[in-house]
Design a protein around this ligand. Structure first.
Ligand SMILES: [Zn+2]
Length: 265
């Protein structure tokens, strides 16, 4: 593969990109928009992050809608929301990683990070909503109360995280939402409401993948234990976080499909 520019080490990279000191090499210098786009075609330390979410965004845009048995479902809105939220978070992440070294510097980086956070918020807001609806539908008006509370808690987390100044400020607002969703999941596991059994296990797998990826990303492992080119380019916490994120998004969508088909039948 062509490598038309000299990549930088951590110490020489733009300061706003020095958020993981255990990734030592492979940084792109500041580039124009066209230069960032050209970086799709040579190896650097963000390439896996760009492609892992970019390709799955295309998958959710073009392949998944063709696989949905539209004629067999009665609540297509929740399938639209599931696909839309997956595309939003994956595209937001794709743009963040592709253009994070834009020559606009830290102000552009900050906007891209906000796009990334908006995607995460939209996924959390609309991704599980179909499963919550199906699960608590027998509860009548309490079902709608749960959906409204969940929407309010998640929207609050979204706005607080987008306006936060640091990583902790971006993560903490999502904790009440996670706890609320955890309680709802436990209720479902205990048999409250009614929904697809297969969907439940997709939901559990998705939550485990999401939390695992977040913890690995925070701990900066394995790169802090195994520094080197493999960790710089492929086997680092953020790349693993991306794999976990895709696993979580897929499981969330599969859970939605299982529940919506179960509801229709
Ligand atoms: Zn990422």
């Amino acid at each position: 593969m062509l490598q038309p520019i000299d990549l930088l080490d951590w110490a020489s990279s733009p300061s706003h990109l020095q958020y993981n000191r255990y990734v030592k090499s492979g940084y792109r210098p500041l580039l124009s928009t066209w230069g960032c786009l050209q970086s799709l075609f040579y190896v650097h330390n963000e390439l896996f992050n760009v492609y892992s979410h970019g390709l799955f965004a295309l998958y959710f845009m073009f392949i998944v809608p063709m696989q949905v048995p539209w004629s067999g479902i009665t609540q297509p809105l929740f399938v639209y929301l599931s696909c839309m939220s997956a595309v939003t978070v994956l595209l937001g992440s794709f743009c963040y990683h592709l253009f994070m070294n834009h020559h606009g510097g830290a102000p552009v980086y900050s906007k891209l990070l906000q796009c990334d956070m908006i995607g995460i918020g939209v996924l959390n807001l609309f991704g599980p909503i179909g499963c919550l609806f199906v699960n608590f539908y027998p509860w009548g008006r309490y079902c709608y109360a749960i959906l409204i509370i969940y929407t309010a808690v998640t929207t609050r987390a979204l706005f607080k995280s987008v306006t936060a100044k640091d990583a902790r400020g971006r993560a903490v607002p999502f904790i009440p939402m996670m706890l609320f969703r955890g309680v709802l999941l436990v209720l479902r596991m205990c048999g409250f409401g009614s929904a697809s059994h297969a969907a439940l296990w997709h939901m559990v797998a998705g939550e485990i993948a999401g939390v695992t990826g977040a913890v690995i990303n925070i701990l900066r492992v394995p790169e802090r234990w195994l520094p080197g080119r493999l960790s710089d380019y492929l086997l680092n916490s953020h790349c693993i976080h991306h794999v976990c994120a895709v696993t979580a998004i897929l499981n969330l969508h599969w859970a939605t499909m299982e529940d919506i088909l179960w509801f229709a039948n």
